[in-house]
Design a protein around this ligand. Structure first.
Ligand code: GDP
Ligand code: K
Ligand code: MG
Length: 293
C-alpha cells in the first residue's frame, strides 16, 4: 500500500472557527477556543495517523493587521503556513463577504497548492443563504473546492477529512506514527490557563497575559503543576487575583478540570501572578515565550 503524508494549513479571519475545525479533525482539544479574536497566538500542529497516511494539520492565529510586536510575530506564523503546505484550508464563515487583507487573498487565488474553501457555521444559515454564499465563494475563489460545514456540530467534517486524504501526496510520515502534536505538555497547560483567562476577564486583560509553566511533575496518578500568570501592570495583577483571591481561584478550578480530561490524570495546580512590564513589546520576552521563530 502506498503511504501518503502531508501538511494541511488552516488560515482565515479571526473567529471563523479554525481552531474548532482542527480539534474536530484531530479528535482532541489541542487548540483553545473562545469567542474572542486572537485566542490562538501560536501555530499549533495536530497530527492524525492512519495505517497508510499521516495528516499534519496546522492551526494558525487569524489574519490581522499587526498593532504591536506580539501581533507581528503572530502574523509570521500565518505567513509560514503558506510556505510548507500540501493542502491549504481557507476558512470563511457564513455571512462573511470579504477578506480583510488583499495580499492574503491574492496569495490564495494564485495558490499552486490545492485550496479547500470551507464555509463554516452553516448551522446558523438557511438553505437560500447557504446556496447564495456557496455561489459567491465559488466565483470569488475559482481554484478552490468549496465545502459548507459546521465545525461545531461536526457536519461535513468527515467529507473534509476524506477530501484531504485524496489530495495528500505520496510520502513517508514526517513525525513518529504515535505523535499527536509538536508541542510539549507544558504548552497545553499554558494554553488551558490562557483560555480560562480569556473567558473570565474583560477588555484588555486577556491580551496582556502570558503564561509560563515552571513545574510539570508527572507521577503515576497525579501531575503537579506550577504556573505563573504574567501581566504587564500592577493594576492587572490585582484584577487577575480578584477579591480575596476569588477570581484566580476560579481560573485554577476551571483549568484543573480541563487538564484532568486532557491528560487523563489527577492534577494539582498552583497559580501565581507576576508583573513583567511591557512583555508584549519586548523582542527578548517574546522570544522567551516562543513567538519569534
Ligand atoms: P478561530 O478564531 O478561527 O480559531 O475560531 P474558534 O475556533 O476559536 O471559534 C470562534 C467561535 O466560533 C467560538 O465561539 C466557536 O464556538 C464558534 N464556532 C466555531 N465553529 C462554529 C460552527 O460551526 N457553528 C457555530 N454556530 N459556531 C461555531
Ligand atoms: K477565537
Ligand atoms: Mg483559533
Amino acid at each position: 500500500m502506498e503511504h501518503k503524508a502531508g501538511f494541511v494549513n488552516i488560515i482565515g479571519n479571526p473567529n471563523v472557527g479554525k481552531s474548532t475545525l482542527m480539534n474536530a479533525l484531530v479528535g482532541e482539544r489541542l487548540s483553545i477556543i473562545t469567542s474572542k479574536a486572537q485566542t490562538t497566538r501560536h501555530r499549533i500542529l495536530g497530527i492524525v495517523n492512519g495505517d497508510d497516511f499521516q495528516i499534519i494539520f496546522s492551526d494558525t492565529p487569524g489574519i490581522i493587521k499587526p498593532a504591536y510586536e506580539l501581533q507581528s510575530s503572530m502574523m509570521n506564523f500565518v505567513k509560514s503556513a503558506f510556505e510548507d503546505a500540501d493542502v491549504l484550508i481557507y476558512m470563511v464563515e457564513i455571512g462573511e463577504k470579504d477578506l480583510k487583507d488583499e495580499a492574503f487573498f491574492n496569495k490564495i487565488i494564485h495558490s499552486k497548492i490545492p485550496v479547500l474553501l470551507l464555509l463554516n457555521k452553516i448551522d446558523k444559515s438557511n438553505q437560500e443563504q447557504l446556496e447564495e454564499q456557496v455561489d459567491f465563494w465559488k466565483e470569488k475563489v475559482p481554484n478552490a473546492t468549496v465545502i459548507p460545514i459546521s465545525a461545531l456540530e461536526n457536519f461535513n467534517v468527515e467529507t473534509v477529512f476524506n477530501t484531504i486524504k485524496e489530495l495528500l501526496p505520496v510520502s513517508p510520515a514526517y513525525y513518529p506514527k504515535d505523535a499527536l502534536t509538536d508541542k510539549p505538555e507544558r504548552f497545553f497547560v499554558n494554553e488551558t490557563i490562557r483560555e480560562k483567562i480569556l473567558l473570565n476577564y474583560d477588555k484588555e486583560i486577556p491580551y496582556a497575559v502570558e503564561i509560563e509553566t515552571e513545574e510539570f511533575i508527572e507521577d503515576e496518578k497525579i501531575i503537579r503543576i506550577r504556573s505563573v500568570i504574567m501581566v504587564e501592570r500592577d493594576t492587572q495583577k490585582g484584577i487577575i487575583i480578584g477579591h480575596k483571591g476569588g477570581a484566580l481561584k476560579k481560573v485554577g478550578v476551571q483549568s484543573r478540570a480541563d487538564l484532568e480530561k486532557f491528560f487523563g490524570k489527577q492534577i494539582h495546580i498552583e497559580l501565581y501572578v507576576k508583573v513583567n512590564k511591557d512583555w508584549r513589546s519586548s523582542e527578548y520576552q517574546l522570544r522567551r515565550f516562543g513567538y519569534n521563530q
